[in-house]
Design a protein around this ligand. Structure first.
Ligand SMILES: [Mg+2]
Length: 115
């Protein structure tokens, strides 16, 4: 199959599988936007992790600044908080609930920071 035929086939497939709903509300659009932004920030963090591990090509390693690595960590955390806010997620509760599950799973001492 050539590329043009493949594109036509995918186009027909896409028409049949296209979602029948639309995103109408501002909240839904913000959730989608923040989700995409979070993926972008995770990609940037992955890029810097490759640099920290010296797994990038030389030209990228030459431009790498370790301060940017910290900034990308912050970007992921900030964007996660923004997404949580838009999606109505109580992040403190979500983290505490998850820590409880992890502690239970691994039989860890209860040494979480309590507020
Ligand atoms: Mg970033």
């Amino acid at each position: 199959m050539n590329i043009k035929a493949l594109q036509e086939k995918i186009k027909r497939f896409n028409e049949k599988t296209r979602p029948k709903y639309k995103l109408y509300s501002q909240t839904e659009k913000e959730i989608l936007t923040k989700t995409i932004k979070l993926n972008e920030e995770v990609g940037e963090l992955c890029n810097d992790i490759l640099s920290v591990l010296k797994l990038q090509r030389r030209s990228k390693l030459a431009k790498f600044d370790k301060r940017n690595f910290y900034e990308e960590f912050a970007d992921v955390i900030i964007t996660t908080f923004q997404l949580g806010s838009v999606a109505g997620v109580d992040i403190e509760r979500a983290i505490n609930d998850k820590l409880k599950k992890i502690e239970k799973r691994y039989h860890l001492e209860k040494d979480r920071i309590e507020s």
